[in-house]
Write a protein that binds this ligand. Structure first.
Ligand code: NAD
Length: 332
């Protein structure tokens, strides 16, 4: 029987962007991303090379992130990018869509809005690193960056430890109200601080900026801190001083990305650390690496963002949409 006829007819599940907020929260995203990092370290899941191109139209950057998980059978891609003129049109500058395929037949299975999912899966990654690497007695959460992603980061992080306070710094201080409002929503006191003060107070620091020069310096950071560097996802970007990576034990989602487009690219280029010094967070999740070795050790997670994270949260949201009856099913 040919494809598209009778019992072989294929149905595509469509989960529009506007439905995602009602379907998936930080907890579901956390579970999906933690399982994905574990599968990557077991080599049962792998990411394909990333494509990202300036298309020479609308100043846009467009690309694909893709991969396959042999255990969950998540196969597909996230496609999208950055359109700087969108804001003037009342649209989000970052735009993405996830397409999932049937790993047994190659037929398209689902089309899922990827904008909110990107924020949720990125926040889940730093939360996974906090769960597995931060000191158990961490009380103060430091936030560097107050852009779109920062609120998601804070919401996911506070579920991992009994934080009593959030301190924040941003290059553009006028944006700090986002951190203050989010801390208030979470029932936590917030204090705007200098970077020196942030380092002195914080047990966990999340950095989520689009910076091309370090904000957090090695000298700012006290022993025992866990740092999640989440903003650096492109060649040239940098959030922390390279020597901090030499002082810290460095973990990442994927070593290949960490050394090329992640925060570790600078420490590697300066010869401060070697690629073999960097540990996959999945190895810690799987118990193959012990993670934090002492209360004084500085742990640093280089979260570069991989396609398998996108596929994992999209697959989960399709399941949730079907359960709640909000999935649209289209013959295709
Ligand atoms: P945004 O544009 O909403 O906010 C940008 C943030 O960077 C703001 O806090 C801004 O003040 C700060 N910033 C800008 N220029 C700076 C400078 N010179 N020095 C220090 N800080 C500066 O962006 P967003 O959506 O919140 O994303 C933040 C970053 O996270 C981006 O670089 C984005 O590419 C990256 N990101 C990473 C992943 C991942 O998986 N690792 C996923 C999504 C986004």
């Amino acid at each position: 029987m040919a494809d598209g006829q009778g019992a072989m007819e294929n149905f595509v599940t469509v989960v529009p962007e506007k439905e995602i907020a009602g379907l998936m929260g930080a907890a579901d995203a956390f579970d999906a991303v933690e399982a994905t990092f574990a599968a990557m370290a077991k080599r049962t899941a792998y990411n394909f090379p990333v494509i990202r191109e300036a298309i020479g139209h609308a100043d846009a950057l467009y690309g694909f992130k893709s991969g396959f998980d042999r255990e969950s059978l998540a196969l597909g891609l996230k496609s999208g990018g950055y359109w700087p003129g969108n804001e003037a049109k009342g649209l989000t500058n970052h735009q993405s869509t996830v397409i999932l395929f049937d790993a047994d037949t190659g037929r398209v299975k689902a089309l899922v809005g990827g904008n909110l999912l990107t924020a949720l899966r990125t926040a889940a990654a730093s939360a996974v690193s906090i769960k597995h690497l931060a000191r158990k007695d961490a009380k103060v959460l430091g936030m560097i960056g107050a852009g779109h992603q920062s609120a998601f980061q804070m919401r996911a992080a506070v579920a991992q430890r009994d934080f009593e306070k959030v301190v924040g710094w941003n290059y553009h201080p006028e944006m700090l109200s986002r951190l203050e409002d989010t801390a208030k929503e979470l029932g936590l006191p917030f204090e705007a601080v200098s970077l020196e003060e942030m380092g002195a107070q914080s047990d966990v620091i999340i950095s989520i900026t689009s910076s091309f020069a370090p904000s957090l310096l090695d000298a700012h950071v006290k022993p025992g801190t866990h740092i999640a560097c989440m903003g650096t996802d492109t060649k040239g970007k940098q959030e922390v001083e390279a020597s901090l990576l030499k002082r810290a034990t460095v973990f990442t989602d994927e070593v290949a990305q960490s050394v090329t487009i992640g925060e570790a690219q600078h420490a590697i280029a300066e010869g401060l650390i070697a690629e073999t010094d960097i540990i996959e967070i999945g190895a810690v999740i799987n118990g193959a690496h012990p993670g934090r070795g002492s209360d004084e050790e500085i742990t640093l997670f280089d979260g570069t963002g991989v396609g398998l994270q996108d596929l994992a949260v999209a697959a989960k949201v399709v399941e949730l949409a079907r359960d709640k009856g909000v999935a649209q099913s289209i013959p295709f």
